[in-house]
Design a protein around this ligand. Sequence first.
Ligand code: AMP
Length: 223
Amino acid sequence: MIIIMLGAPGTGKGTIAGILTKELGIPQVSTGDIFRKNIKEQTELGKLAETFISKGQLVPDDVTIGIVESRLEDPDVQEGIILDGFPRTVRQAEELDKILEKKGKKVDLVINLTTPEDELIERIVNRRICSNQECKTVYNLVLNPPKKEGICDVCGSPLIQRKDDTEETVKERFKTYTEQTRPLIEYYEKKGNLYSTLVSKTINKLGQDVAKDVIKYIKENNI
Ligand code: AMP
């Protein structure tokens, strides 16, 4: 099963993908996480990616598509994958379709998350992430704070704030999303595999609730 998480920064793609991974038993692959790991290790890819990420821009399509194409060859994703943050442009979506077609596969479900923008900014600036790459549990200082300040409840590692989670960079990331990623909603709507849902405290529906709805939807529709 091939699932795509679509949505503006802060809508909860990573959180929901993390829950779905456990429930469905298929790996979550986040292009953002791949870039952050490479930035930390200061690889050539990391140095290149950092120049774009720090400005709230997308890493060029050719680089990103190549990474996902090679990741799709790995044995652990042959039964399924949850792509978290990819595709982010129409070109990436088209290339993904071509790559999957060659393998006799297709995108089964695109989960499109929407949240009011003021809520997103509040969520992003309060977001803290476990620094342990194996854990990566996401917290929110207001909605879901850790039990002990600055420490991950799950593994005890220090929590960090993403460098691009500042109000200034976030505005640029929203602009990038609107111009380059939002057209994907129409792209997948036409293909008929889009599942759109609001994730918002205003309707009392956050990541856990949405993940439950998605699992029910997958079962009911035999996806
Ligand atoms: P994320 O963790 O998904 O919010 O991604 C963090 C940053 O990594 C984004 O703001 C982009 O700069 C870059 N990035 C992640 N995924 C992609 C992608 N599919 N295409 C281009 N850039 C990406």
